[in-house]
Design a protein around this ligand. Structure first.
Ligand SMILES: C[S@@+](CC[C@H](N)C(=O)[O-])C[C@H]1O[C@@H](n2cnc3c(N)ncnc32)[C@H](O)[C@@H]1O
Length: 200
């Protein structure tokens, strides 16, 4: 079953507001798009705070291809629909105001839903996680469905950032079985801060 959910960014509600209220619609949109595009292209004097990076490392993620995809993207559209969301590289770049996002992976859908509604709770949970091999295998062995939805989201993020290569792999029983990644400083909190600032 394809799970669907919508994300509405407050940030873009502001744009919507200006769109309805006055004639600066296209101007405002293209200014923002240009600003992000310039920041993406790493001009040294551009403030990068408008860029939102994907929360997860994801196999098949389109971050490397973004410059080519962006070139082909329409300047104006009503609803952004992404049926195979994964890491959502283009979505986080484009920050559409009205979107339908779908993915067959319920862990992913829960993670994004929880980051949208309860980012602070997830950050607090993640602060208690440690990046050691022992903790990794303990957390990996947990029965995901026995955990609260917030804890499931924190676990998904933790495993993604600390497992080998961010690889999402499950066995026939649906249990996550990617080995530990041995990274020194995986950042499993900063990625939430970056994306969630657009919700408030
Ligand atoms: C390669 S990833 C998408 C990458 C994404 N565009 C990005 O930039 O990160 C493919 C995603 O499609 C999802 N998927 C595969 N088959 C699906 C299906 N039948 N319905 C919905 N999602 C599906 C997978 O769970 C996976 O997250």
């Amino acid at each position: 079953m394809v799970l669907q959910f919508a994300i509405f960014f407050k940030y873009i509600e502001y744009i919507d507001y200006t769109l309805k209220k006055n004639k600066f619609r296209d101007n405002k949109m293209s200014q923002l798009a240009n600003k992000r595009h310039m920041a993406y292209n790493s001009k040294p004097d551009i403030d990068k705070k408008d860029i939102v990076k994907p929360i997860l490392k994801w196999a098949g993620g389109k971050t490397q291809l973004l410059p080519e995809i962006i070139k082909r993207m329409p300047h104006r559209y009503n609803k952004y629909i992404e049926p195979f969301f994964g890491g959502g590289a283009l979505f986080f770049y484009a920050q559409p105001h009205n979107a339908i996002l779908a993915d067959i992976n319920p862990e992913l859908v829960n993670l994004y839903t929880m980051v949208k509604h309860k980012p602070y709770e997830i950050i607090e949970l993640l602060k208690k996680f440690r990046n050691t091999e022992e903790d990794y295998y303990n957390i990996r062995s947990q029965d995901r469905l026995s955990l609260s939805l917030e804890m499931q989201a924190a676990r998904t993020l933790y495993l993604n950032k600390t497992c080998f290569n961010g690889l999402y792999r499950v066995n026939k029983k649906g249990e996550f079985n990617t080995p530990y990644g041995k990274y020194k400083n995986p950042n499993f909190i900063g990625c939430i801060c970056s994306s969630s600032r657009y919700y408030y």
